[in-house]
Design a protein around this ligand. Structure first.
Ligand code: SF4
Ligand code: SF4
Length: 307
């Protein structure tokens, strides 16, 4: 009988390298309830500001693995890449006695078996590579092959600051696994910015659970408020400190501010809706580099967070 694999991130409680109190870092997760709110704009602006302002290392980690796009704004040099694999079981029907143990233990219904037809197979797309079926098989009928589910790329920004990107392989649904492996690479010192995926589902929880502070980006619309409320609930359940950046202010939506006041959630910055920002974004510019007023906002955010 086999053993659960070491290094299987799926079962890890914490993967932070900064558990040593002598090597404390500050991790800020940047989130938004939905895509298109300005989360990446804020992440790269904050990264650029911190890289210029801090003497210690600053790291940006693009955890939006389905659609990573921080790299579009940064002039970086790629320094490495590694594959993220899972171990996919392969069942030998000759050795299998169709006892059903692998089928029963699989939490993802990935083992299909039809004993009368002597048929047993693993549906790769549903398999999470947890190793449980191999572990329970009494006949040693299960071997395993590597299957790529994504990639992690390493980039140098400006010494000593770096940038990491996780990218999910097209067709794979294992975002959280790629994110967990990405999070194992975060710096143990300095400031780390995690650009989280949009929404409030498992991949986002995986990111914010590693953070010291959650910066939630929203916009003053009914949709923005609705998504923010879900995000606030999630962040509170995990027990993280949090603040809000309101993007595209101008056509202000009063219920958003009433909610923030009622819930005692600080607004750390309000970025006005302005054509010049939209044009700069479309040209791949970093707003805090292009506009002094945005740089000042980044400075206030950092001061408020205490990074
Ligand atoms: S490795 Fe885990 S997820 Fe995949 S088939 Fe086996 S029990 Fe199911
Ligand atoms: S646990 Fe092993 S022997 Fe039992 S059904 Fe699965 S592969 Fe076959």
């Amino acid at each position: 009988m086999g053993t659960y694999r070491k290094g299987n991130a799926f079962y890890k409680k914490s993967n932070r390298k900064n558990d040593d109190p002598g090597h404390r870092n500050m991790i800020i997760a940047i989130t938004s309830g939905k895509g298109g709110t300005g989360k990446t704009t804020l992440a790269v602006s904050l990264f650029h500001y911190l890289a210029e302002a801090k003497n210690e290392p600053v790291q940006l980690v693009d955890c939006d693995v389905e659609e990573p796009n921080c790299a579009l704004f940064l002039q970086t040099e790629k320094t490495g890449e590694h594959r993220v694999d899972i171990r996919i079981p392969v069942i030998n029907p000759e050795a299998c006695t169709f006892c059903g143990k692998c089928h029963e233990i699989c939490a993802f219904q990935a083992v299909i078996m039809l004993p009368p037809a002597s048929f047993i197979e693993v549906v790769e797309e549903q398999c999470h590579g947890c190793g449980a079926c191999s572990y329970v098989c009494p006949e040693h009928a299960i071997t395993e092959n590597d299957r790529e589910i994504g990639k992690i790329s390493f980039f140098r920004y400006r010494e000593p600051d770096d940038f990491l990107e996780g990218r999910l392989k097209v067709g794979s649904a294992l975002q959280t696994r790629v994110i967990r492996e990405l999070l194992e690479q975060v710096n143990s010192r300095g400031t780390v910015l995690l650009d989280a995926p949009p929404g409030a589902s498992c991949p986002v929880v995986a990111v914010i659970s590693q953070a010291d502070y959650v910066l939630m980006v929203t916009e003053p619309t009914p949709y923005g408020l609705n998504d923010l409320q879900i995000m606030v609930e999630t962040v509170r359940q995990i027990g993280k400190k949090a603040g809000v950046v309101v993007n595209r202010t101008g056509l202000d939506y009063a219920p958003l501010y009433a909610y923030l006041q009622q819930e005692n959630i600080p607004v750390l910055a309000a970025i006005p809706f302005h054509r010049k920002y939209a044009e700069a974004y479309a040209e791949g510019m970093i707003l805090s580099e292009a506009f002094p007023e945005i740089r000042e906002m980044m400075q206030s955010i950092v001061k408020a967070i205490g990074s």
